[in-house]
Structures are given as C-alpha cells and as structure tokens.
Design a protein around this ligand. Sequence first.
Ligand code: NAD
Length: 740
Amino acid sequence: MADYKNFTVETDADGIALVTWNMPDRSMNVFTEEVMQELDQIIDRVAGEAGIKGAVFTSGKDSFSGGADLTMLQKMLGQFHATKAKDHEKATRALFDNAGRMSWLWRKLETCGKPWVSAINGTCMGGAFELSLACHGRVAVEDDSVKLALPEVKVGIFPGAGGTQRVPRLANTQEALQMLTSGQNLSPKKAKAMGLIHEVAPRRKLIDAAKKMIKDGLKPVQPWDEKGFKLPGGPVYSAAGANLWPAAIAILRRETYGNYPAATAILKCVYEGLLVPFETGLRIEQRYFTEIMQSKEAAAMIRSLFVSMQELNKGARRPKDVPAKKLKKVGVLGAGFMGAGIAYVTAKAGIQVVLVDRDQEAADRGKAHSANLMDGLIKKGRATAAEKEKLLSLITATPDYSALEGADLVIEAVFEDSAVKKEVTEKAEAVLKPSSIFASNTSTIPITALAKNSKRPKNFIGIHFFSPVDKMMLVEIIMGKKTGEKALALAMDYVRAIKKTPIVVNDTRGFYVNRCVLRYMQEAYSMLIEGVPAPMIENAAKMAGMPVGPLALTDETAIDLAQKIMKQTIRDLGEKAVDPRHMALIDTMVDKHGRHGRKNGKGFYEYPAKPAKKFLWPGLKDLYRQQDPDRIDVEELKARFLYVIALEAARVMEEGIVTDPREADVGSILAFGFAPYTGGVLSLIDGVGAAEFVKRAERLQKKYGKQFKPPRLLLEMAEKGETFYTRFAPAGSGEMKKAA
Ligand code: NAD
C-alpha cells in the first residue's frame, strides 16, 4: 500500500475503508503539510469510490495524535510577519486562508456523503480531536490513561478547526466552555458522559466497534446539519443562556484577569457561533483564529511553552559528543522531604534506587512516601496495586552505604550543612566506581565549594529539584567550576528519564530560580512596608499573571526559612546585602508574633481548620500605616512584580549564570509560574522592547529603589536595538543572530 506516505487505506469485504495514520519518521502522529494533502486525497477517494461505503479513521501508533505541529504554525506566522509590511491586506488574507485550511478540510469530510467513524486508540489532542469531532461516529478505547483534549489555549491559541463550534453543539454549553477555556484532559469515559464521543470499547474490539457503527447504518450527516437541530445547552437567548453567559464571562475574568486573549476569543466564538448556522460559526472561528495567531501572547507562548520546552526536553543543551546513557541504578542520600521525593520520581522512571539515611527507620520513612503517593494515584484510578508493588520493589531503603555500589549516579539531599554533606560525599565515593557521578541537591551552598569534598570534582554536579518533587517539572542542573561534560551529559540523561525539563545554570548564590523568586517576595515586603494593603499586594500579583501571591508563597516556603537565609546572607556578604527594613519585618513576624508560615498555621495568612479557607492575617495592617487603596496605582504594582523579576533574570544573563534565553524563559514559567502569557522573563523584556523596558525600569528605580536598576547588558541592548533571542541566539533554535 504505497499510495500514501503517512496512511494506509484497506477496504474490507463490507466496503469499509480502514484509514490508518502512521507517520514513518515520527514517534507520534502530527499534522504537517504533507499529512493534510494526503488526507485531502483520502477524503476524495472515500467519497468518490463506489465500493467504499464508509471509513474508519485510526492511528497505527500507541497514541492517536498530538495534534498540529506547532512549528508549522510558527513558520506560517513568520511568513505573515515577513510579508505584512509590503502588503498587509494580502498577508492577512493568506494567514486567514491558512488558518482555515484544517477547518474546511474537516468540514469537507463531514459533508462528503459517506459516514466516517474515528476509532480513538490512544491520546488524541487538538486538531486530531477536532478531526474526530467532524467524524459522524466516535469510539474511544476504554482506558483511563488515554487523554482527549483541546489544549490549544495553553499555548496562547484556541481550537481553530471547528472545536469551538462542534463541542458546544454536542455538549452542554457550560461544560463545553470549561473544557475549551481550560484545555483540560478528558478520559474517554468523561468525554462520553459529556456527549463528545458515542462509545467506549476494549482495545481489541475498537475497530470492530467502529465498523459496526457504519454497518448499523450510521448516517453521514451531523446533527447540526439536520433540520430541527437543537443545541444541547439551549439557545443563547433563552433562560438558560441568560443564566450562563454573564457568569461565564465573570468566571473567565476571575481566572485570567484578561491576560489571555485566546481564552476570551473562545467565549466570543461560542457565543457568536451558537447564534448562527454552523458554517457561519466556522467562519467566525476562522476570523478570531486569524486575529489571535497575530497576538504577541500566542507568539510568546508557542515559542516558550511548546517549541523551546520541546527542545530543552530533547536535550538541546546536552553535550553532543558524549554518548547517551540509560541509567540503571541511582543512589539517593537523605530520605527526608526532598530525598523521598527524588527516590519516588526515579523509581517511577523504572530506575533502581538505593535510598540511604542515618538509620533504617529514617530510610523506611522516606520509602513510605512513595507508597503514599502511589496510594493516592490508585484512589484516583491513575495507577494499579501492581504498579505500586513494582515501584516499591525498585527502592531499597537502607542505612548501609555499601548498597550504593555500582550506582551510575548518586544524588545527595541531606541536611543543608556543609559538614554533613562532606561526610556523606566521602562515604559514598568510597564505594562508588570512579566513573559514577555525584550530585548535590543543595539550595544555597555553591557547588564549587561542595566539589572540594570530592576526589573527582569533574564528576561533581548540582541537580536542584523543587518541591514538591513529584509535581514540579523543572530541574536546575548546576555546573561547578570543575564539572565536566560527562557529568553534565549524565545529569541530562537522568532528568530526561524522569521526564522533567532541565536547565543548565552556572554556579552562583541562589542559582537562577531562587534569585528571581527572592526578588518577587522582597518586592512584596517593600509594598507592605510602604503601607500597601496586603490584599492589594496579593491581588496585583495575580492580576499580573502570577499563580501564587508573594505573601502566600513566602508562607509556603516558611517565613523562618526566609529569616535564616537573610541572616546567612548578612554573615556571608555583610549588612548591606539585606534591606534592613525587610529584616525588621521578617524578625517581627517570626520573633515577635511567632508566625512561621503555613507549617505552624500562622504566617502572612491565617490557616483555619479545613474546609475553611486561609485568609490574610488581619494583624498585618497594624504593622505599617496603611495607604488609601484608592490612591494606589494597581498597574504600577503589577509592573513592579514583573519587572523586578525580569531585571534579576537579565542580571543572571549578564553574569553568564544562564546562557540560553530559552532556559531563562521556560525555567521562569515552570519553576514559579511567571506570567505565562508573556512567554517568560526574557520574552517579557523582548516583547516590551529593551529601550522601552529600560525607560520604565528607570522610572521605577527613581521611585522605589535600586532593585529596578537596569543592568549594563540591558542598556547596551537598548542602544543597539537587540533582543535576548537575537543577542543570545540559541544554537539550533531557529532564531537568527542579527547581522552586525
Ligand atoms: P530534610 O531535613 O527533610 O531531610 C534531610 C534528610 O537527610 C533527613 O532525613 C536526615 O535524616 C538525612 N540525613 C542527615 N544526615 C545524614 C547522613 N549523614 N547520612 C544520611 N542521611 C542523613 O531536608 P530537605 O528539605 O529534604 O532538604 C535536603 C536538601 O535539599 C538540602 O540540601 C536542601 O537545601 C535541599 N533542598 C530543599 C528544598 C526544600 O524545599 N525543602 C528544595 C530544594 C533543595
């Protein structure tokens, strides 16, 4: 069957064509130009061949499809921006036509006169789910691990191939809006309950079930093309609609603060689309899609959250000439809060773990953490008892260092104390083979200093996790002065195996992430001291796009820990290294009021017994004279949060701590949720433009202090009209260095 490169078409004795999508050169099916062309031909063939009664569409891979290849979209946008100066109308027209290409092809499929059934055998995302929705029948494999979703909104765009029109014509409007604006994953069961698919079937019966629908006389007409079609959620202008829409708009505003134009566009598409016939609805969707694709949010989010993230996950920063290694055995020293989490994610990747603590009891406690996490998954139906047993069988909890023998990598997560770290490094190295790599999870001690405890500093590296380890997707890999390429390569192979995203950071106090996070928290301390009411501080941060307010974040990490770090910084760097007003605030919170954060139920927030929600500690307003909230510029508060973090990131780039803008951007979003619509810390600056950013930062510096002083690097970039992505063009990222 060499008719197509990416598909096979086999017609059975009943005249049902089985169209199987199986791209030869990819591990996952995605829509490319070639795939679209071949599909177009196949639709014509099914429609035109008299011997074909109908078609079943499925995938030959484990998953169904990941949707569109977003790099294709990026190229399309690149073309638009390159040609728009010459003839804006023509460029926009071309973009509009391209934007509707998939949508009208799916429309052609559903109106071709023959029935189509999508047999969804695995995870089905974006355009592929939209293709399925255009099929007259949909059967998915009965397996909770299979995900069905329209996740486009997560990268700043929206389902533009009929998703916003078909979903609310199949499901009730409220559930449709929830699904479209959140990009949430649906299990086949949930999708069926919503009305998005017709059947679920066991894997081995999937194709038969799909064919049976056709044999049973499935009509090649969609409900919305039938006379008398009624919307499942009722018309927009109805009592139900009057209840739903004002609330829907308010909820979206509460969730996004208007920062995500794509989410707003989804609401518009659904609202306007449900007022008109289906094809007009498709055209409305196509118009909004064309508009949203041109937004700077879409460009920034696609770049950071899709393209860059994928590149980093594939090991863009891994030394190329060191062969990849599959890790078999990893040692974890310290079975405390972090060590227990590291053991879990490592075993989850199928790697054997030796979890060492001071005594058997402590080591066992660490292993019990894995059992608890697996129990949680089992309860939610996301894991089986057998998977739990298998995972636990991979973890050996012991106080005995000799069990580390043969480990490829050891990660230490013992107390943050140089002497303890020295002791465990020496004990481990005594049994390790000379080629194995030793990593520290320290948050504050320079790797270069810790490497002095090692007999082989070339093999010594930092692997810095964030808590909770099982949830946080970012890992900082810290290079000490003497760390070698092999250590870096192995650390990368490890992070890839546990399916997290690595960024490579050179050694410095606070590394990268914590330096930025500290700035965020410190700016909130300054605001408190200025008398900005605490609720305004927290709300302004969220309005700026941060997921957690800075005071809530300080509570999570503990105020007494902040106090410890500040005191250590003063000891190491002198009095001037810490703002004395901040020190006084934190001392007051901890020493005078005993407020240590969430862990003792008393921090910047009060933590009443559940189900009551936390609320800001009323005593905060007595600490400083409060300003009149009506006289405070909220926009300025928002800018202060974003700018103070972005400026720290720019300093980190200037110092050569992070060298690749992709890592700074992706790291900022994954580690502390930096306003994702900006594309990350450096994309924020690039988006504003260095010159304008410097101007605004200098204005803030005059009013609020030296934390807003733009580094020399930014002044230079402003003068030369550079962006981070041109000046620090990452190799192989498709960005071009500007000609000198
Ligand atoms: P923790 O106190 O919960 O755990 C430390 C564990 O080390 C304890 O179980 C302790 O018994 C064990 N230990 C102490 N001395 C030992 C020895 N000689 N041999 C074997 N085990 C020994 O601390 P944690 O929060 O898990 O932090 C561990 C490390 O991770 C620290 O370096 C910390 O800076 C770093 N870190 C912590 C976080 C965080 O959020 N807590 C985040 C990133 C990194």
